[in-house]
Design a protein around this ligand. Sequence first.
Ligand code: NCD
Length: 308
Amino acid sequence: MKELSVNHLLGIKYINKNDIDLIFETADQFKEVINRPIKKVPSLQHITIANIFFEDSTRTKLSFELAQKRLSADVMSFSVAQSSVKKGETLIDTVNNILSMKVDMVVMRHKNPGAAHFLSQNVKASIVNAGDGAHEHPTQALLDSYSIREKLGEVGGKKVVIVGDVLHSRVALSNIFALQMQGAEVMVCGPKTLIPRYITELGVKYEPNLRKALEWCDVANMLRVQNERLDVNYFPSTREYSQQYGVDKALLDSLNKEIVIMHPGPINRGVEITSDVADSSQSVILNQVENGVAVRMAVIYLLAQKIK
Ligand code: NCD
């Protein structure tokens, strides 16, 4: 049986192309399962998973929980607001306390880059990174590539532009790694203040002009402006941002081809994209959400196979 090269999913940079292919083949099967009348398989009845979210999340947490339940795993979830972390407990102590209840896998979101990696070296459980600060968000990048593959047949050879707040985005970095690993070309586009200075050293192009970027690409992944992470003013006003970097229907229709529009959610409607773009036939935003469950089922299932 084929298996993953890793025991944890800490970031795309720790996995390889074979891992991505295996995750996608497995997700294809689970996608079929979640479209059946009985959307569940008994595969992980023996596995207990804790979802620990030290940062706000709606869709990622729900998506992971649903994926786990559809695999019949036992699931417990908690957010920092209800936990003893607020009382001063360390991360390792918090997680070890949970693990002493015989938990096999931990899905964690944390504001610190490297938190999932740190945990994987210090506790005995399989760790899934559900977002660590502005570093990586591997399952998001996997579901994004999976959605491109579904819509366009393959990821290799495609041109993908990531638009917006690349500086504060874990989605951007994981996407860059995943897309390049699969042979796609990647461009970033946005105000210079929101693009990391050394981004081109990762082998991606930078284009400050949105129209040019859209004319170049097959797929545009529109990032949310991470208002909660903006410590200083990176652009004059939201209005000016959306004038220069927002996609509306008129712009989309004026391009010489049909591009695919993606967004990791949550959308600031009217800022990165207008409602008619989000809801248009070129948008795969809701497909991304559906695929998120299948891809997370695949990741969890494959990691569970590696628990001895
Ligand atoms: C992303 C995240 O949290 O990094 N959203 C998500 O996972 N649903 C992107 C974002 O918050 O803009």
